[in-house]
Design a protein around this ligand. Sequence first.
Ligand code: ADP
Ligand code: ZN
Length: 712
Amino acid sequence: MKPHDLMGVEFHFLTPGFLWAKIESMRRMLKKYFGYESFLPGQEEVIRWVLEKRDGLVLMPTGGGKSLCYQLPALIRPGVTLVVSPLIALMKDQVDGLKNNGVRAEFINSSLSFLEINKIQQAAENGLIKILYVAPERLVLPPFIDFLKKINLGLIAVDEAHCISEWGHDFRPDYRNLKILRENFPAAPILALTATATERVKQDIIERLKLNKPKIFISSFNRPNLIYKVRPKRQAWENLLVIVEKHKNDSVIIYCFSRKETENIAARLDSEGYQAKAYHAGLDSEMRKKVQEKFIRDEVQIIVATIAFGMGIDKPDVRLLVHYSLPKSMEGYYQETGRAGRDGLQSECVLFYSFGDTKKHQFFIDQITNKVVRQSSERKLREVVEYCELIGCRREYLLNYFGENAISCNGCDNCLTSREEVEATVISQKIMSAIIKTGERFGGKHIAEVLRGSQNKKIKSWKHDKLSVYGIEREKSAPEIMEIIRYLVGKGLVIKDQGRYPTLSIGKRGREALKKRQVIKLPKAKESKTADYQTDKLFEKLRRLRKVIADRTRVPPYIVFNDVSLKQMAKLKPKTGAEFLKITGVGEEKQKRYGQEFLQAINNYKKRPAPSTYEETKRLWKKGLNIEEIVEKRGDTKGTIINHLEKLVQAGEKINLARIKPKEEKFKIIKAAFEKSGGKKLSPVKEILGEDYSYDELKIARLFLIFSTPDR
Ligand code: ADP
Ligand code: ZN
């Protein structure tokens, strides 16, 4: 096949009268090469403008879909599209991504040998390359310019265009040379793209690139899929663990203040069983590269980094981004949080705030000798504090900060958590009693375990299983109890001392509340998890397949398919090739490369029989979770989990049921009812006992009737 046949050569002959046909064709190519049904906001306008051979400047937030703005025109325009990018580390991924979509792309930078570069240049001269990525320093070499003159440059894209300006946050001197582009290639339209540019930087870009009457495209900087949260930095570590556990299958970035802190947090997460690695400027470049690579390949789950991390990575599926310390400015915060959820799926940005942290920053600000700079830094820090202490919508504040008007938000803690309070007197009393009964020398986790009747060694060795508070709260999970403890600390009812292993005690106010049986109200959290268990499981399976394929073909997993595509596959469960092609992100090339394997995985998944589900329950049970927690994890009903336990016990598995043993009194009554009914069926027993006993309760009791052995 001749190269241009592939590339939709029909456009070269279009006149404006064919506009409709052109748009139709654009959409066809969008699906064919990128697998998308429609454009993201702003993309189509930019692409049309570029196809008119006009210069443009695109300001789009991270994840807005900037690349497509030049990649699609590259397929439509004749000749080669030159993409200038400062991020050498990213070029390979981008090119791999394009190749996976059946687009002939290459890159030229210092990581390639002379021979390899020569080969690519040859291919370009022979019209075999559509998109060519280069680093800016390449453009000062006269032979390279000569080479570019030999090929037909149809379009020039300058990515990260803010790097051209000293007024931006990431000035690259090499970008100054880019003026030669306009001088040497007057016929090729130039498209500059960036995610951050102040007015001043915008002007710099236009002037220095010598853009000719450019149109400026500005997208909203709202990132609707990001949820912004601020948490008080009390018990920060426990809090962090709770949040991280919620994202235990996801990629996570945690930003810290200092190198030492990154090392420390990474080590602690590691000892909790997470794959976490520190990343900071103090590591040698070899090490940094390795960490980054592993993160991109889903082999390291959590990166604990100073803010230096993130410039060179384009991982689309970072679902949790934590600032363990205060950011320096709102610009910084916006940029750093921008690294979460680039694929548009919901992702969380959590900032831990304590006023004490501002002092660390203040210390550095005080060292600044330039008065103007110092004052400006102080102002920026104040704005961050203002953001943290905000009662209103955080998104509104962020967008206002960048001069945008508010939009509707249901994705920040202040909008998600209703101010509504719920009564929590009983649970609060239980917690406070447990703190007192255990001698006011333990932390929240231990208290939660005592209340839940956990079997762990520590509890036994302290004889806390003999206390009256032992096992009096089995409905709530440990994280839930710990969350309530946090609120009680916040209200001053429980006191938490500072230290490496902070212990809880009850202060004057707490004792008074207990004594007077005061009503205690706590804020009600409204966030609900809406997970479809089956879909989630299939998603996990497809992720594993993706990883296998990625390793086999030596690309990052997201190059094979991103999470958006996998989620859709898990949900829609395509059966045929045609159905598979309807999935977003599936173009013709990916269909060809991966269709069969994924379809097979999806089909097999449906046919898979149940047994593994028992295994999962067994695993969770042995981990020490209680029924409610397993229900929450697996999305099954309580009854189903009890059935699993029953089946497992019947199958001779050693399942320790002690932690759900019914109270002796009730058990006697249920036992009598079973005897009276003369069988093992539940409904006759339920009939006898009536409303006071639930089916689940009866089922649990039955476990002890049928299989009662001394150790149960
Ligand atoms: P940016 O460079 O602006 O940060 P990208 O070009 O990396 O953004 O695109 C962000 C994400 O959006 C990527 O995961 C990409 O696959 C996806 N994307 C881009 N265009 C579309 C589209 N038209 N439809 C669906 N997803 C898209
Ligand atoms: Zn909000």
